[in-house]
Design a protein. Sequence first.
Length: 564
Amino acid sequence: MKSIFFSCILFPLWLVFAGNANAELQGQASVAALGAERLSLDPYLSLLEDPQGELSFEQVQRLAAEGQFSPLGNRSPNFGFSKSAWWVQLTLHNPGRTQQDWYLRQDYPLIDFLDLWQPQEDGWQLISTGDRRPFRSRPLDNRTFVFPLTLAPGETKTLFLRFQTQGSLNIGLEALSAEGLVSQVGHEYLFMGIYYGGFAVLLVYNLIIFMTVRERAFIFYVLYVFSYGLYMSVHNGLSFQFLWPDNSWLANKSLLLLLALSLFGALRFTREILGSAQLLPRADRLTAIMEWVAVIALLLSPVLSYHLVIVPLALLTTLLCVQLFAMGVMALMRGSRPARYFLVAFSALLLGAFTYMLKSFGLLPHNGFTQNAFQIGSLVEMVLLSLALGSRMGDIKRRNHLDVLTGLFNRRFFDEQLPLEFQKAQRRSQPLSLLVLDIDKFKEFNDSRGHTQGDKALRAVARVLASAIRKPGVACRYGGEEFALILPETGSGEAAVLAERIRARVAEETAGRFDLSVSIGHATLGEGSFASGYGLFDAADAALYQAKAAGRNCVLAFSGTTVP
């Protein structure tokens, strides 16, 4: 889109700077002497505002003869959402001794109506084009507006152009030689190929992931990338050139439709990636309302005039810019890992848009980076949002592997992790120990004190286990009141010391409240012959039952030799 955040920054400032552009201009516009391969024509423009858009070319000629055109000078020819028609007077001179073929280019393609009058031997030649007219009305097949010019040796030629559009009016005229035009267009299409190629890769990659994992966040990301990328192709004039060259209505309305769709996609994706329904319920409800507002804008865009929709839609985008950033900050403060990527992505886009804005108003030099900073920022944003999706999937996977009651890893994680650690230990010839523990007489405790107290007792034991173990070890709730600890790179002696420490801490930290004790069995790869991780578990489990038979509240090691 002009982006979800492009309008947020540029729209309010356009309105401010539009006032400056409309101010009375002083000085004399000079003649543009064509010599270099590329020449920006801003300093050579003279402007006339037609508030009603009713002046004829003959009337404009008379006003030009009376000196009613005002030189632009060093000001920026950006007029925001202007309802006026703007006339441009431009004088070009060929100082050479040979005929020169040049090209006049308007580099901002979102102009509804653009007319050029240039003098010929038999009068004035009129070329009428714009994105409200069929693409074939353009003299050259290019995403921007390019007009061929021919100047005889020493000839000076005065041109008139008329700009009128319901969107933002940005005059960006330059003169290029044939070599300069070829070079400029070649570099632009190379950059755009890289840019949209990156979008296509992200789109296809995440669509495949969605079809594999069926996680909703991915399909909303795909919607956001698709609508965003397609909007940018409209913004760059590529869609009109290649997708719907004969449909000027769609060329104009597609901006509104895709902006509204991008807003909806961004809102829905943000809710999913941040998990706002759980983390930020109030903000989530507000965002859901804003989704409906975006849908209403989407439905109204085809039936209302462009100007009636674009201004409130830009204001809505400004509001949503603040809202989404605030949601990212709040989610980060509440521990959301994807929020980190979300905020960095958001900042990258804002930085790119801000750089482009400063260039547009002459505060930064015009070069390849500043001209394309907005698009670079948007692509970086999409890549970082893809990383946020990966982080989101990691969170989902972690949640699927956590026991809700105790916060330890669950049985599913244990069943997946134990074989992996067993194979790793065998491959590296490293020790691997396993502790299996059970809360003594827990059924009696649960029956006498109730399930609520039983849950609290389980959480108390889980806290002891979580604080006692160090990475790469992991503590799991195996089921009921039984727990298991996987201890990579841990020998039998270290496992016995840890088990005794856990037994003593459980008794100490639950004394007076729950008065719990635990029985623990442990087994170590290398101390016996085990065919698999499950064999190691059976050995530790057998040691646990021996500990229970020995009177409970004790630690025993597996004393056998082989467990299948």
